[in-house]
Design a protein around this ligand. Structure first.
Ligand SMILES: [Zn+2]
Ligand SMILES: [Zn+2]
Length: 377
């Protein structure tokens, strides 16, 4: 079969850059994809042709070889020609990985592996989490080796194209009637091998180092939130892209406030004279103290809502409220005079369940009495 010109197949000029080639390929691959053209041999052949052209023209070495020698450059050893769609669709998933990875969500095949993502646990005070803060962190990480600039090869040398797979990173193995694609055993899928490894990184292209990063924590974060610092993870192998750094936020327990969603809760003790007579107290907010009017006859446990004194979430929306729960504190360490005054007060109530001054106690004890009366009836 006479092979058509690769540039013609993709409909691009000889000077097309990688972006143009990718674009043309994406369009044609969509058009001829077997899923869209079931049982269409012509489309299948076209699809394969397009894919092969794309693979060659986006590989700088292969493209140079093709420009110089034409198809003859690939006659020996497999561009995968003649094998049909071996490996039961392996070819399809390949394409998806290369070009459609962003659409279909991952499955990307890589020559050299991308650096690992890192996680950093950061503890913040409530104030820091609410207002936002910039923190310096030191993280141990693998960075690109600056002696070999990530190639892993000794100065003056270059990684060589793997002779087993001719730089493909994959080899076709025949098993009975089937052709199966596998990662190349010589170069482990990278497509290149290093003959003279760099001394500084022993051929890994990366070195261990700790780095200091300034991390800007946005206002309103809470425990469980994560901040992604793109490309700040480990360097990739052999110049592959770096991973990401995830800063995992956890907020320390606060001595006064508790956060629930965007609201803050706090408990404020008041003495029972204040609860009975009413008055004004100072309550804390994250922005300082504010005055709170306690009405007379306030019962213990009453919640006072202070609008807009809570938290503004990092995700936007309205600012939460501050909810102050007042707790009536029983007086302790009473002196004789105070005790006498309290006794006098109690007598004025007419006993512990005085109807007028303690309606709740009155109805409670009435209820208890009725309960026992019913039992003994
Ligand atoms: Zn190195
Ligand atoms: Zn190889």
């Amino acid at each position: 079969m006479a092979k058509s010109d690769l540039y013609e197949i993709l409909g691009v000029s000889k000077s097309a850059d990688e972006r143009e080639i990718k674009k043309a390929y994406k369009r044609l691959a969509m058009k001829y994809h077997p899923d869209r053209n079931p049982d269409n041999k012509e489309a299948e052949a076209k699809f394969k042709e397009v894919k092969e052209a794309y693979e060659i023209l986006t590989d700088a070495q292969k493209r140079a070889a093709y420009d110089q020698y034409g198809h003859a450059a690939f006659e020996q050893g497999g561009m995968g020609g003649g094998g049909g769609f071996g490996g039961g669709g392996a070819d399809f998933s390949d394409i998806f990985g290369d070009v459609f990875g962003d659409i279909f969500g991952g499955g990307r095949r890589q020559r050299a592996s991308r650096g690992a993502d890192l996680r950093y646990n950061m503890e913040l005070s409530l104030e820091e989490a609410v207002r936002g803060v910039t923190k310096e962190i030191r993280i141990p990480t693998l960075e690109e080796c600056d002696v070999c600039h990530g190639s892993g090869a000794k100065a003056g040398t270059k990684p060589q194209t793997c002779s087993t797979c001719h730089g493909q990173g994959q080899v076709q193995m025949r098993q009975g009637f089937f052709t199966v694609q596998q990662a190349c055993p010589t170069c482990h899928g990278r497509g290149s091998v290093i003959k003279d490894p760099c001394n500084a990184c022993h051929g890994h292209g990366r070195v261990e180092r700790s780095k200091t990063l300034s991390v800007k924590i946005p206002a309103g974060v809470d425990t469980g939130d994560r901040i992604r610092l793109s490309g700040e993870g480990e360097a990739g192998e052999h110049g592959a892209p770096a991973g990401d750094l995830y800063v995992q936020v956890s907020v320390k327990k606060h001595p006064i406030f508790e956060r629930e969603d965007n609201n803050l809760y706090c408990e404020v003790p008041i003495n029972f004279a204040m609860a009975a007579l009413g008055g004004e107290i100072e309550v804390p907010t994250l922005d300082g103290r504010v005055k709170l009017k306690v009405p007379s006859e306030t019962q213990t446990g009453k919640l006072f809502r202070m609008r807009g004194k809570g938290v503004k979430s990092v995700r936007g929306g309205a600012v939460g409220d501050l909810l102050c729960r007042v707790v009536v504190e029983t007086p302790v360490s009473l002196n004789d005079k105070q005790k006498a005054l309290l006794r006098e007060l109690e007598e004025s109530f007419g006993g512990p369940s005085g109807e007028k001054n303690s309606p709740r106690s009155k109805s409670f004890f009435d209820g208890v009495k009725k309960f026992f009366d019913d039992l003994t009836r």
